[in-house]
Write a protein that binds this ligand. Sequence first.
Ligand code: ADP
Length: 169
Amino acid sequence: MIDLIQIYTGDITLLKVDAIVNAANSSLLGGGGVDGAIHRAAGRELLAECRTLQGCATGDAKITKGYHLPAKFVIHTVGPVWHGGNHGEEELLKSCYRRSLEVGEANGCRSIAFPAISTGIYGYPKEKAAKAAVEAMKEYFAEHQESVIEDVILVSFDAGTEQLYLELL
Ligand code: ADP
């Protein structure tokens, strides 16, 4: 059962948790931003495993091992690209958080850390994204009272995002 949602500001690749979530693209073959940082820190083995997964749909999530990361697993999820907000972006973003928790839970993860999915290259407004993230978490844990997940960490990479999470939690 979840105690509380924590906030951490810094590099997600340093966290020794059961799983870190990657804001990947649908090819799962690496990219910039947090995706690039995770692949660099995990090593080439991660890319090799990702090649076997045949991509991932927007809003869905797939799991791999963490290889050279302190985290045991990487949960790769594909956030929506922001197209103004009337293209199902909010539902897709919430689905990323929900599916990542489901996949983590199915693999026995007790601690999971999330970057601010879609708020970099994909252009999702940071405040709206933070709201959707916190809402999706609250909904998930309301529906999964018996969850094995004990710690969820929302990782911010800038002071602005940290402030948004602090206000929402
Ligand atoms: P997307 O394509 O989903 O927008 P990005 O990687 O461009 O993904 O950005 C998602 C968020 O991850 C951004 O808020 C960015 O500041 C943050 N970020 C980038 N590198 C890291 C890192 N090493 N650790 C945690 N967060 C990161």
